[in-house]
Structure formats: C-alpha cells, structure tokens
Design a binder for this molecule. Structure first.
Ligand SMILES: C[S@@+](CC[C@H](N)C(=O)[O-])C[C@H]1O[C@@H](n2cnc3c(N)ncnc32)[C@H](O)[C@@H]1O
Length: 320
C-alpha cells in the first residue's frame, strides 16, 4: 500500500488532539496570555508538515491577536498542500484570506490577524540563514526523527532569548498493539525468535531499532530530551506524557483514524520489509492480521510520547 502523506497528517489530527498533554498546553496558554496584545507574536514551527498545528492553534483559540507564523518543512509536497489547504480551511471558518506577491498568506477576521510564511527548507540549512528569532518555537512529532541532543542547540538559535519552545509528541520507546498475537495466531510454527520474545515484541523492537539506524532519529526521544534539559540546566516549565491511544468505538474508528492505523502499519512494512533479522513470512502474516483487525474495528494501538515547554536560553551558558 502506498500512502498519501498529507492525508496521513490530516488523519493524525484527531489522534494528536487527544494526545497533546493538557498540563503542558495550559502552561503554554498562560505564557501566551502575557504577550502584549498589540505586538506580533513570532512563531516558528519546524517540520510543520501541511499546517495542522497552526489550524489546531486557531481551532483552540490559543494564539494572541497578532501573529507572524513561519511554517517550515523540508518536503515540497507538504508545503504545496499547505498553500492550498490552509486558505481553504481559513475561508471556511470565517477568515478573510489573501496572498501577497511574495506568497505570504494573510488571515484576518476582524479581531485577529495572522501572517503565515510557508518555507520549504531543511531546518538545519534554515538555521544557518540567521532567520528571525521567534517568541515561540514549535516542533510537533518531529524531534524523534532527528539526532538528539545534537539538534537542540541548533534549533535553540531560532528562539529569542526570552522565547519558549513547545516540543510535542516526542516518541519514547513504547509501542503497543492489542490484542497480542501469538505464533499460532499467525499460523507459524517455529521461527528464530528468542524463547521470551512474542511476535509483537520481536517486530516492535526491530522497528524501534530502524528508527535509529534508518533515519538517524531517536526511538527514546522523550526521555533523552528530558534528561538533556535537566543536565543542561534548561528550565522546564511543563512536561508530561502525550500518548497516542487509538481504539474503535462500536466497531469502527472515529474520523479518519482507520487510515491513520493503516499508515502506521505501512511504516512497519516499509522499515522492516528487508530487515535481515526478520523472516518475511512472519512480517507478512503479522501485517495481514493487524490489517484485518483494523478493517474489523478490533485493533488497539498505543504509542508513548512526551511533551515539553522549555526556556532554552535559561541554561547557564546562555546566562548574561
Ligand atoms: C511526522 S511529520 C509531522 C508533521 C507535522 N508536524 C504534523 O504533525 O502534522 C514530520 C515532518 O517533519 C519534516 N521534517 C523532517 N526532517 C526535517 C528537516 N530536517 N527539516 C525540515 N522538516 C523536516 C517532514 O517533512 C515531515 O513533514
């Protein structure tokens, strides 16, 4: 199955809405309430995809009245999708929408104005261009794709000295599928598994390994971020779990969450399809069962993640 990445990001919205840690969100809201109402709040979102976080912040009415939002993503198809989708969403929700000749999207609704700069670039290249420093840096479902801690001092450069970073949905080493599958469920009699490993734990642990080896990411990003903040003396204003918990209601999934689950299974297939330590027969049988469970509205999926609101420049090396 090929996946439609923008549709995956759209389908992820309801899962993320539930998952985002509301204590961390409340701390962000309290902080933003202190921003002067007559001054622009500059927000930089890295790895912003198609703009679902910006839409969430508008839906949840979290932003102050004047905002300059820089939405950065390395995938041209995401930025192209955002360029169509954001104005359509805004127009359907009562905003007046315009693009200026430079392609900056302006939203206005009588009480609020928002300027959105859509930038297609690798964030590490972007940091080197000395871009405007933001009051708020957002990285949502992104940092676990990147090396930690090396990435952190680089993205800290995107923030003003008094700025905060809201770093959300950082995967933290636990993936759970229910119901568990045994070898006999998969009609496989013997496989070179450790005597203690179930098919699920074998496949999941290899998948976590590929997050590190294939993409240079971190399958325990949540705890490593937390440890880095503590060891570096970075002030943590709030921290908490933001697990994805996906389950059927009355035999089917809400919104487009069945598609979200199909994408998760696709990521397993894509990452593990050629893995030398995994029998193709086992992976095939496991995926077939899990996909049938999605279609039957039977699969439960949980991924443990963590959210943070931090003041990067509170670290001693930044102190004046
Ligand atoms: C899992 S997606 C999340 C997208 C969006 N934050 C959301 O949740 O809808 C991760 C995003 O990070 C982007 N990304 C990964 N590495 C990047 C980099 N080095 N610079 C900029 N964007 C990057 C990808 O293109 C992708 O859109």
């Amino acid at each position: 199955m090929a996946i439609d990445f923008p549709r995956y990001l759209l389908a992820k919205q309801t899962v993320d809405d539930r998952a985002l840690n509301k204590d961390v969100l409340r701390a962000l809201i309290v902080h933003l309430a202190g921003h002067p109402r007559d001054a622009d709040l500059v927000v930089t979102e890295i790895g912003g995809g198609i703009g679902t976080m910006l839409v969430r912040l508008l839906r949840w009415d979290i932003l102050p009245p004047r905002v300059r939002y820089i939405l950065l993503d390395v995938m041209p198809e995401n930025i192209a999708y955002a360029r169509d989708w954001l104005p359509c969403w805004a127009a359907a929700h009562g905003w007046q929408v315009a693009f200026d000749p430079q392609g900056v999207l302006s939203l206005e609704n009588g009480v609020r104005t928002l300027e959105c700069h859509l930038r297609c670039a690798d964030l590490f290249d972007y940091v080197e261009q000395n871009p405007p420093q933001a009051h708020l840096l957002i990285a949502h479902a992104v940092l676990d794709l990147l090396p930690i801690p090396e990435t952190l001092p680089k993205i800290a450069r995107l923030l003003r000295p008094d700025g905060l970073a809201w770093l959300t949905l950082n995967f933290d080493g636990a993936t759970i599928f229910q119901p568990e599958l045994t070898l006999s469920d998969l009609q496989i009699s013997s496989l070179p598994l450790s005597p203690f490993a179930s098919p699920d734990s074998h496949i999941i642990s290899l998948y976590h390994q590929t997050m590190r080896t294939r993409s240079g990411g971190d399958s325990e990003a949540g705890r490593h971020l937390l440890n880095y903040f503590v060891q570096s003396g970075i002030q943590i204003l709030a921290a908490g779990a933001s697990d994805w918990i996906v389950y059927p209601r009355g035999g089917s999934y809400p919104a487009d969450e069945a598609y979200f689950l199909r994408c998760i299974l696709h990521f397993f297939e894509e990452s593990l399809g050629q893995h030398p330590a995994l029998s193709p027969g086992l992976l095939h049988a496991w995926l077939e069962k899990r996909r049938a469970q999605v279609e039957a509205g039977q699969l439960v999926y949980i991924a443990h993640q963590m959210d943070f609101l931090v003041a990067f420049h509170s670290a001693p090396e930044h102190a004046t």
